[in-house]
Design a protein around this ligand. Structure first.
Ligand SMILES: Nc1ncnc2c1ncn2[C@@H]1O[C@H](COP(=O)(O)OP(=O)(O)OP(=O)(O)O)[C@@H](O)[C@H]1O
Length: 269
């Protein structure tokens, strides 16, 4: 569990994160959503220690990360996996060397042990036989899988994903979302995801935190979001007429006012 308590972060006299508190749950996909510039990336960077908040604290399973010394922070960082936007693979390294990289950095394992672990995670993300390929030789979806394999190779307790679906088609995005959700549940990882993708919000949003101009404007899950009366959230999520109609239909459906078994042909005839 990650607890965020009253963090503030600004640059010069511009406040970017304004007294935000939140809890990121174990075994859950915790999504941060919000318009461009609302502070999602700065928030995530505060969480992983790339930015130091101006005030407030961040606790990793009860340990105060914000005020730890460098050695303590390094120990927490070893438990963090990161999936970067655009996968951020090393182009000159093969798939297996990319995945092996964190093992080279953080373990004293033998080469045989590292290879075994790389094969295990490649198998888990369903990328068997891709070991010797270079990033340029694989698709965007496969690159994401390699990024995920690298992020989980050290068995992280916490997983951060920055826009995991950027650049992917809707179907591949769903497959990647499903994989992240499965891994989160399987290994009881505290997963934090920055996303703009409304499919992800609806599919894997166990907890959704909506940021608006540096404030936490709304928090809930993918069932509650349909019924939210928060106007800013609704304007953000259901931006088009089509999505507004879809929301209305879903609400009617969930409140039992639409019979799902009705014969649609009768209705439109
Ligand atoms: N290092 C920095 N120095 C100064 N201002 C910054 C810095 N990083 C971010 N900002 C400002 O903080 C605000 C929030 O930026 P942030 O990148 O967190 O937004 P975001 O919600 O992640 O947007 P997007 O969805 O476009 O990635 C922006 O106004 C940005 O210009």
């Amino acid at each position: 569990m990650i607890e965020v308590k009253h963090i503030k972060k600004g640059f010069g006299d511009k406040i970017v994160i304004n007294d935000v508190s939140a809890v990121m749950d174990d075994g859950k996909c915790n999504l941060i959503i919000g318009a461009s510039g609302s502070g999602k990336t700065v928030f995530m960077k505060c969480l992983v220690g790339l930015f130091r908040p101006d005030s407030g604290s961040i606790l990793y399973d009860g340990e105060d990360f914000t005020n730890m010394d460098a050695a303590g922070k390094k120990e927490i960082r070893k438990k963090i996996g990161m999936l970067f936007q655009g996968s951020a693979l090393f182009d000159s390294l093969t798939v297996e060397k990319n995945i092996q990289f964190p093992l080279d950095m953080f373990t004293n394992w033998t080469l045989a042990e590292k290879r075994k672990r790389v094969d295990e995670v490649l198998d888990r993300v369903e990328l068997r036989d891709a070991n010797k390929k270079f990033p340029a030789e694989i698709s965007g979806g496969m690159k994401k899988r390699v990024g995920i394999a690298r992020a989980i190779v050290l068995n992280p307790k916490y997983l951060f994903c920055d826009e995991p679906n950027s650049g992917l088609d809707p179907q591949t995005s769903l497959v990647i979302d499903k994989l992240i959700k499965e891994l989160t549940q399987e290994f009881n990882i505290t997963t934090v995801i920055n996303t703009h993708d409304m499919n992800s919000v609806m599919e894997i949003g166990d907890k959704i935190i909506y940021m608006y101009k540096g404030d936490k404007e709304w928090e809930g899950n993918n069932k509650e979001i349909i019924f939210s009366k928060n106007q800013r959230l609704n304007e953000f999520i259901f931006a088009s007429d089509f999505l507004r109609d879809a929301k209305d239909m879903r609400m009617l459906e969930q409140t039992g006012k639409i019979d799902n078994d009705r014969n649609m042909e009768d209705l439109i005839r």
